[in-house]
Design a protein around this ligand. Sequence first.
Ligand code: ADP
Ligand code: MG
Length: 212
Amino acid sequence: MPIQRDDTLTWIKDCAKAVEEKSSYLTELDAAIGDADHGANMDRGFKAVLNKLPEAGDKDIGTIFKTVGMTLLSTVGGAGGPLYGTFFLQAGMKTTGKMELNLADWTEALEAALDGVVMRGKAQPGDKTMVDALIPAVNALKDALQANQPINKALQLSAEAAEKGMEATIPLVARKGRASYLGERSAGHQDPGATSSHLLLKTASLTWKDIS
Ligand code: ADP
Ligand code: MG
């Protein structure tokens, strides 16, 4: 059975839990190359999402994702909020009216989400941003779709690809966002946004581990 509407609600709730657990770690990473607020930003955003979620509880998946996006846009400042807001809004546009998602639907939704982030933030691959975790994750999903993998396997492969992309941000010099103000000194640190992107995708793979 594909990913059901209720499964997407569980994922969002699990994301809120994961973000809360990793909040200080994300903030620590942002302290090294930014302004030490990424964990707090994400945690505030997802806590607001948890409050809003009941309003979308009986709606389609597109409405759920759009509600998440609107809430992140209106509660999280800085660069991360609008970018993750766009991420979920675009995923929501792609899934309008849907009550379940197969692997092709999820791949399309994530690709639209990534395209939205790139359109808004103008980051190129290798600029040391969340895009560096998202691009390999979307590519892994496309490959898995092509290879007819079951959903849980595809999600695991996309989370692993996001993890590699996240780790690969360590030696990079930042060319976007606050970290870019540091120039060469941003090298040697893992990007906070790539880390939170990996966290959301890893959470999807754990939440939906029994969906094939
Ligand atoms: P701020 O930088 O405003 O304090 P956050 O700390 O919440 O916002 O988020 C920082 C993260 O946002 C960075 O680690 C990076 O991954 C991501 N980011 C910043 N600018 C961009 C951009 N233009 N495109 C994509 N991601 C970006
Ligand atoms: Mg910050």
